[in-house]
Design a binder for this molecule. Structure first.
Ligand SMILES: *Cc1c(COP(=O)(O)O)cnc(C)c1O
Length: 385
């Protein structure tokens, strides 16, 4: 079907909750996408940090093909091998506790919220201004953004948003706090790195008052910043992390991973989800995690990240570059949404504007040095146009 036909179907049949750009993609491979007219694009967004191993990574495709033809679903009333192996690998590669699977990032945060509340009944949550944790009621209540929350009030009570500063975070935590929930690097608000002091202050306050420190690594985890998890670089160990987005290598899966202390808070019947940890998505995620937890790949992410950040800083109209590894944003002195649209339609470079002057770049972790140079040339042209 043509783009015009899809747009007509959308107009008549799809709830208008998304503002789509006028491109119909039909195929992807590595860092490239192709539209319905056969035009080739460089993808520096990865479906918002989902296809981080490039499109249709052969090992992920093979894992899915192999599993999908044998067994797709039996529910969590029974055992299947992929989710058990994935849980072991996730735990061993992070906090060493236990894993709860779900189907998205918001659900991973829901699970974290429920777990923290069970650990400290009726406890409250401290979150940072500018945070994004998802769109379900719990995760939305943890997302202190007026435009996202206001139409859906009343929200879940017990969430308090404070500035992401060491002082504010320390002051906000007390004996009633169930958890502090933080993105080590805030993604949706435009790639804002929380300082080590901030994360350490939250750690100290949680230790002092017996609260849980939960890091939302849904966007910044899975190798995006050049270590498997972003917390590794901050040198602050949380009590639990949430992951999703790139975890499934392109398929929908989320997970809450705890450390030892919170591993046995939830028990049978406390929480669940029909599709969670199904064999097909778990097989995909196991392949994705094995590919990502690779010192060579992670070293490449750091090197390519420096190349991209340095290149961006040289471009006209770029006034600042923020981020870590291949999770970067540049601040422009021109309108970012317009640059994003020009880059897409005229330069065939996929990027994302997170605000009026902020352009976010999330290229595949497998991107080559030559592809970064090419993207920088295309972005330079879009900035001039
Ligand atoms: C995308 C995102 C979420 C929500 O994930 P969904 O899969 O869209 O529910 C939560 N937290 C962060 C940091 C995210 O980037």
């Amino acid at each position: 079907m043509s783009l015009a036909e899809l747009q007509e179907l959308e107009r008549t049949s799809v709830i208008g909750s998304y503002a789509r750009l006028p491109v119909e993609f039909v195929r992807g491979e590595g860092s490239r996408l192709w539209d319905v007219d056969g035009n080739e694009y460089l993808d520096f967004l990865c479906g918002i940090s989902v296809t981080s191993l490039g499109h249709c990574h052969p090992r992920v495709v093979e894992a899915v093909r192999d599993q999908v033809g044998r067994l797709m679903h039996v529910s969590n009333l029974f055992y299947t091998e992929p989710s058990m192996r994935l849980a072991q690998k996730l735990s061993q590669s992070s906090l060493g506790g236990k894993v709860f699977f779900c189907n998205s990032g918001a659900e991973a945060n829901e699970a974290a919220i429920k777990l923290a509340r069970k650990a400290r009944p009726a406890g409250e949550f401290v979150v940072a201004l500018g945070a994004f944790h998802g769109r379900t009621y719990g995760s939305l209540s943890a997302t202190p953004q007026e435009s996202k929350q206001a139409p859906f009030a009343p929200l879940v009570p017990g969430f308090r948003a404070v500035e992401a500063t060491p002082e504010a975070l320390s002051a906000a935590v007390d004996q009633r706090t169930a958890a502090v929930i933080l993105e080590p690097i805030q993604g949706e608000s435009g790639v804002h790195v929380l300082s080590e002091q901030c994360l350490q202050a939250a750690r100290d306050a949680c230790d002092e008052h017996g609260a849980a420190l939960i890091f939302d690594e849904i966007q910044c985890g899975m190798g995006r910043t050049g270590t498997l998890w972003a917390y590794e670089q901050a040198g602050v160990r949380p009590d639990a992390i949430t992951t999703a987005k790139a975890l499934g290598g392109g398929l929908p899966i989320g997970a809450l991973v705890t450390g030892e202390r919170l591993a046995d808070v939830l028990s049978a019947g406390d929480h669940g989800s029909t599709f969670a940890g199904g064999p097909v998505v778990a097989a995909a995620a196991l392949a994705a995690l094995e590919l990502t937890d690779d010192p060579r790949l992670l070293a490449d992410v750091q090197q390519r990240g420096r190349q991209l950040a340095d290149g961006l800083a040289q471009l006209a109209h770029v006034v600042a570059v923020r981020g870590r590894g291949l999770m970067l944003a540049c601040e422009l002195d021109v309108a970012a949404p317009e640059v994003m649209r020009t880059a897409l339609s005229q330069q065939r470079l996929v990027t994302n504007a997170t605000g009026p002057t902020t352009l976010r770049l999330l290229p595949p972790l497998t991107v080559s040095a030559a592809e970064i140079d090419e993207a920088l040339r295309r972005l330079a042209a879009a900035l001039e146009g």
